[in-house]
Ligand binder design. Structure first.
Ligand SMILES: CCCCCCCC/C=C\C/C=C/C(=O)SCCNC(=O)CCNC(=O)[C@H](O)C(C)(C)COP(=O)(O)OP(=O)(O)OC[C@H]1O[C@@H](n2cnc3c(N)ncnc32)[C@H](O)[C@@H]1OP(=O)(O)O
Length: 657
């Protein structure tokens, strides 16, 4: 029986052959032992392909680290507790009866859960993941088992067993979370992801009037009290609860969405007209200082981000980012509509007509400054004396990252410290002794969460290491795309756990190995070495050294370099045509015509541009189909009309992956 997925992300696989083969050290059973690595996550090479790998499985109950059957998490009580919270995010159909998550009555409307899907809740999103559907006894019975991003570029994770019901009168589709889908049955989309058909094992029709929640594109506001799992007695995670993220805004239909207005729910006044989702227009949600049922210990929730005074307040006002900049909209190839025309959405944010817009938000331990014009945020750790990674820090880190992840204006993050001479001292040692088992479990979960979110961020991440960075601090730097360190030899970095008499977790190790190579990692880990900056550079632990006063500028320059690339951080889209069994890029900004375009293994939007391996091409063997890829800042808005896509064919040729 399958149980819960990792704490996050929790995509449900569509195919065992999905992308596992592309991982160097992804989740796998240890040979002969039957044991599973945990957390099931990819590692990456330095020439990583962001978004090209995904967690490829739900974990069986026995290997869920939070389940009582897991040998990894220790005492049963802690396992139960965390497992319950973890599994809260899973469709109940997939939970075993033994799962503590099943303690929540099945009959209860899943409002809090539904609210997770696409409402400010971001899933560690591999940009290249597609929605897949199992089933379909009729043309409208589909079980979405994996989804990706919504049309605005926000990742969504609807419950993996979404049932889609047609609403013929309005020519659209409604899933069992109340989210509107658009499409024609062959190319249904939810949250911007194409879904297909097939027989449904157990189609579940949900009467319109009993639907609760909103799968992400529905009209109901995010921040109502009934949106929060905490309000119904369910577990509410600060990271999951939309109210934990002040900038979530309204979960409304994308601009130009063909979705019809939603039906009124019984007892619920019909919602107002849909308005474009613009974080700057989002009303500040009510924020409760603490949540009694939060799996996190009470902590002051971050205040809502300030709304820039120059942004007109009414949400109905057309978003100033709405129009596509002409110079960024490349001419489409013959017969192919520009993505923005095809779907009525801007493929990316226009440059602001105003002077550089900067926004900042801050919580107790992290200061975030977002330069909207550059699309780059700086996260400054400000938790003196040493920026130790306490539970509070980790929680705020994840919230800040998620905020930025949800912000279309942000495409890259620079991590640095506001504390002189210290980047981060690593895990807060005081969190690791004299606390309850539950606290340990919670703390460790938060450590993993931080790593997972950062590692798999769709934003370009650059560590500007302006001080010492032992252990967990080093992990943060390792988890970024690029590391620049101040060239002060007094600053050191490394995984020094051995010196503390503890062993770096294997995923610390894997991340380290990916950066410095096996042998260097081996000896460094065994000795618990802290490498002075010059040595760290020599062994490849950091990518470059610069004088401390130039660190910021250099990080900014590197970021610009990364963001100029198409794909993950880039702003380009490209269209490919299949000619003679090959995929040929017909061009796009920053993409040379004739270059290969990575199509991953199915799906639309968000794919990175890069080399398309012969193997993938052979697997796809596409003929006469068109494909496109959209960069993140295009908000993954790029979708060709279904008629122009042959995605199902591609998917089937790719083995359903
Ligand atoms: C609980 C469930 C999970 C269990 C998991 C078990 C397995 C985990 C296995 C491995 C993962 C571990 C990862 C880690 O990150 S462990 C932490 C490793 N960190 C260190 O070893 C850093 C130790 N600190 C230093 O080296 C230095 O403090 C410094 C270089 C960061 C700064 O030096 P300096 O400027 O001279 O400051 P001080 O040394 O005087 O320190 C100031 C102040 O800060 C306190 N402090 C330092 N580090 C930490 C820390 N990691 N956590 C908490 N507090 C820290 C230090 O004690 C001083 O406090 P004060 O005496 O009260 O002023």
């Amino acid at each position: 029986m399958r149980c819960c997925s990792p704490p996050r992300p929790a995509w449900v696989p569509t195919c065992s052959s999905s992308t596992r083969s592309r991982r160097s050290t992804g989740p796998a059973r240890a040979a002969g032992t039957g044991a599973w690595d945990w957390p099931p996550w990819r590692s990456r090479s330095r020439s990583r392909q962001r978004g090209s790998t995904i967690p490829a499985m739900l974990l069986p109950d026995a290997v869920c680290p939070h389940s009582t059957a897991s040998p990894r998490l220790g005492p049963r009580a802690a396992g139960d507790e965390v497992h319950r919270r973890c599994c809260r995010g899973q469709p109940r159909e997939l939970l075993p009866a033994s799962c503590p998550g099943m303690a929540v009555p099945l009959g209860e409307p899943e409002r809090g859960r539904a609210g997770r899907a696409g409402q400010g809740r971001t899933e560690r999103g591999s940009a290249g993941q597609d929605g897949m559907v199992q089933g379909g006894a009729g043309p409208w019975d589909h079980r979405i088992i994996k989804v990706g991003k919504d049309p605005q570029g926000h990742r969504v994770q609807p419950a993996p067993t979404t049932t889609i019901t047609p609403n013929p009168e309005q020519g659209a589709w409604l899933n069992n979370k109340g989210a509107w889908l658009s499409g024609n049955g062959r190319g249904l989309t939810e949250g911007g992801w194409l879904i297909g058909g097939g027989p449904t094992p157990r189609p579940r029709r949900v009467p319109l009037t009993s639907r609760a929640g909103n799968g992400g594109s529905g009209p109901r506001p995010l921040h109502g009290a009934d949106r929060c799992g905490a309000q119904r007695g369910g577990a509410c995670s600060a990271l999951l609860c939309p109210r934990g993220w002040g900038g979530g805004g309204l979960a409304t239909a994308p601009r130009g969405s063909p979705s019809p207005p939603p039906p009124a729910r019984r007892g619920v006044p019909p919602p107002g007209p849909r308005v474009p989702r613009c974080p700057l227009h989002a009303p500040c949600p009510p924020v409760s200082p603490t949540s009694p049922v939060s799996p996190y210990p009470p902590y002051p929730r971050p205040p809502c981000p300030p709304i820039s005074p120059h942004i007109p307040p009414p949400p109905q006002t057309p978003c100033p980012r709405g129009a596509a900049p002409p110079h960024l909209t490349p001419p489409p190839p013959p017969g192919v509509l520009p993505l923005s025309q095809a779907w009525g959405r801007a493929p990316r944010l226009p440059p602001s007509p105003l002077p550089a817009q900067r926004r900042a938000f801050s919580n107790n331990k992290i200061l975030v400054e977002l330069d909207e014009s550059a699309g780059v945020a700086t996260m400054k750790f400000k938790s003196p004396p040493v920026n130790s990674l306490s539970l509070d820090f980790l929680t705020e880190f994840c919230i800040s990252l998620e905020k930025l992840e949800n912000d279309r204006a942000c495409r890259g993050v620079i991590l640095t410290s506001a504390v002189p001479k210290i980047f981060s001292s690593g895990l807060d040692i005081t969190e690791m002794c004299g606390k309850s088992t539950e606290h340990y479990a919670e703390f460790w979960r938060a450590v993993q969460e931080m790593w997972l979110r950062l590692y798999s961020s769709n934003m370009v991440t650059v560590a500007a290491v302006n001080g010492s960075s032992p252990a967990g601090g080093c992990l943060i730097a390792l988890t970024c795309d690029y590391r620049i360190m101040a060239e002060n030899p007094k600053f050191s970095i490394g995984l020094n756990e051995a010196q503390l008499g503890i062993v770096a977790p294997f995923w610390f190790k894997d991340t380290f190995v990916n950066v410095v190579g096996h042998r260097v990692a081996e000896s460094s880990l065994q000795l618990g070495s802290l490498h002075p900056a010059p040595e760290a550079h020599r062994i490849g632990l950091v990518d470059e050294l610069v004088p401390e006063e130039k660190l910021k500028d250099r990080a900014t320059a590197v970021m610009q370099q990364w963001l100029a690339l198409p794909g993950k951080g880039g702003t380009s889209w490209a269209v490919t045509e299949c000619r003679n069994g090959d995929l040929t890029c017909v061009g796009g900004p920053g993409i040379e015509a004739g270059s290969c375009v990575s199509v991953g293994t199915g799906g639309v939007g968000g794919w990175e541009v890069g080399k398309l391996s012969k193997a993938v091409r052979a697997a796809l063997g596409c003929e006469g189909c068109a494909w496109h890829t959209a960069g993140r800042s295009a908000g993954c808005a790029g979708r060709l009309p279904p008629a122009q896509l042959a995605v199902p064919a591609l998917l089937s040729r790719a083995g359903g992956a």
